[in-house]
Design a protein around this ligand. Structure first.
Ligand code: PNS
Length: 162
């Protein structure tokens, strides 16, 4: 039987519990799950893509068939390289839908074999975004319960010049 390989792409800067919740939900659905960290040179990231890969890999240790990689360029090209046919994306609210729909349609246009699967996180994470996590962190707010402990540790050990 052909392996069901899925890619969960994103910026993950930083990775938070909403992302982890989506991974917990899609992990049983596929034989292999690749968390793909976008190597985006335009944004000013909190963590380098390599740091993000290391942190997320630590959080996901124990999830069989799950690995973390960086990618740059088109997602569909990365998917072709790793033999994946499914993209997983989280949908938190209706406001996410428009851009997610556009991305899914564009990816289908670029490679008709690619399907996008949308999963919704637990309601308690529906307002959570990396942008807000970053802001709360930079302004000294408490991220307990919103970000995996391992990542909170990394955030605390980081001196940020603002
Ligand atoms: O976490 P994000 O920032 O919402 O993730 C966006 C991501 C990485 C999924 C998206 O920007 C992406 O796939 N970028 C790769 C470039 C690409 O393939 N673009 C064309 C299809 S939309």
């Amino acid at each position: 039987m052909t392996k069901r390989v899925a890619v969960y792409p994103g910026s993950f800067d930083p990775f938070h519990n909403g992302h982890l919740d989506i991974i917990k939900r899609c992990h049983p659905l596929f034989d292999e799950l690749i968390v793909a960290v976008l190597h985006n040179t335009e944004k000013k990231p909190l963590f380098t893509p390599e740091e993000r890969v290391a942190m997320i890999s630590e959080v996901l240790a124990g999830y069989a068939g799950c690995r973390v990689e960086t990618f740059s360029g088109l997602l569909v090209h990365f998917m072709e390289r790793v033999g994946a046919r499914t993209t997983v994306r989280g949908l938190r609210a209706v406001s996410d839908f428009e851009s997610e729909f556009q991305m899914a349609q564009m990816n289908r246009r670029l490679d008709p074999r690619v399907e996008t699967v949308f999963l919704t996180p637990k309601e308690k994470y529906s307002y959570l975004s990396s942008r807000l996590v970053k802001e709360v962190y930079l302004l000294g707010g408490d991220l307990t319960g919103l970000v995996p402990e391992k990542i909170i540790e990394k955030l605390k050990s980081r001196v940020v010049v603002v």
